[in-house]
Design a protein around this ligand. Structure first.
Ligand code: TRP
Length: 326
């Protein structure tokens, strides 16, 4: 069976952007692939090293988010990154095969550094794509379902693996990215991305009234100052959500908006209802796991043990090829 490895940074709960970008494809692919879900707590440290309690709590939150959207704990393996030493070892070996320039020109690194307001980058932050390469390859994953923003990282991973294999005659799998077919989600505030740090996130675990509130505050076509004048769905963020989450009704909503037959308040109400109907079963599942945290912990502990067995075997082989094993 081919392998999937994908992961999340435990710096808070997961939101609709994660759902559209990656969770949807994980759920769909879990039956065809041996799926590993990495809870990337070391990667979380690269930006949140001063908030260890948040990371600790988020290891549970992120795992529960994955479970609540329909990842089956019988099928998938949850892995806690910091508890897999072979990932750390591999990161170090890979670091010889990437230049500082490659990392500092990575567009995602640049955008994130800007969003976090970094004037200088730590070695750990700058190097997280190297560590992410180790995340993906310690188990020889074939496929990596990720959001579009992660593509530069996977491209770099492929380069590192190619060079490494060439140098040492190893046969580490060159991973392939799988970008969601649902598309990417902008923020309801009009920002091109939804993000925790951008303050515009709609969390999978948000209760119904919070969803209603967030949708009510969304930006629409700013030129539409009255319900009586026609709207322009092409410039409306709410409409992009209608297309993503309410594809059946979207064409109708579009023409009603253009003909001033529906106002923004009513359109938002339809969207909020739709979102709640998608999220309600997830909230229900989540509440079960919230009451059974020991179970969630056990999934992570057992999955991490499995990952360690696989990682150790692969690392032993790699070390032989590198001639570091005596
Ligand atoms: N960088 C990813 C994100 O921010 C999280 C991540 C860590 C990841 N390790 C990974 C994704 C390995 C895919 C594969 O969402």
């Amino acid at each position: 069976m081919k392998k999937i490895l994908t992961g999340d940074r435990p710096t808070g709960k997961l939101h609709l952007g994660h759902y559209v970008g990656s969770l949807v494809s994980r759920v769909a692919l879990q039956h065809q692939y041996d799926t590993m879900i990495l809870v990337a707590d070391v990667q979380a440290l690269t930006t949140h090293f001063a908030r260890p309690e948040l990371i600790y709590d988020s290891i549970y939150e992120v795992t529960m988010d994955n479970l609540s959207v329909g990842l089956d704990p019988e099928k998938v393996t949850f892995v806690q990154q910091s508890q897999v030493p072979s990932i750390a070892e591999l990161t170090l070996f890979y670091s010889m095969f990437v230049t500082c320039n490659q990392l500092s020109h990575n567009p995602t690194i640049k955008t994130e550094a800007k969003n976090y307001g970094y004037t200088e980058m730590t070695y750990g932050f700058l190097g997280y794509p190297v560590s992410q390469t180790a995340d993906i390859t310690f188990c020889n994953a074939d496929l990596v379902p990720v959001g579009e923003d992660q593509l530069p990282h996977i491209e770099l991973s492929r380069k590192i693996v190619r060079k490494f294999n060439e140098q040492y005659g190893t046969s580490i799998t060159e991973p392939e990215a799988k970008v969601s077919t649902v598309g990417r989600l902008c923020g309801l505030d009009g920002n091109s991305k939804m993000g925790k740090s951008l303050g515009n996130a709609i969390y999978l675990s948000d209760p119904a009234d919070v969803i209603n509130q967030k949708v009510r505050n969304a930006v629409t076509d700013t030129n539409r100052i009255s319900v009586k004048i026609p709207g322009n769905p092409d410039v409306c963020t709410v409409y992009t959500y209608q297309k993503t989450f309410n594809p059946d009704e979207a064409p109708n909503i579009c023409s009603m908006c253009k003909n001033a037959q529906i106002g923004c308040v009513a359109c938002k109400k339809l969207l909020a209802e739709k979102l709640n109907s998608i999220l309600e079963p997830m909230r229900e599942k989540r509440s079960y796991y919230e009451q059974h945290r020991d179970l969630v912990r056990q999934f992570i502990v057992d999955g991490t043990a499995r990952a360690n067995a696989i990682g150790k075997e692969n690392l032993d082989q790699i070390k032989q090829k590198m001639h570091v094993a005596l």
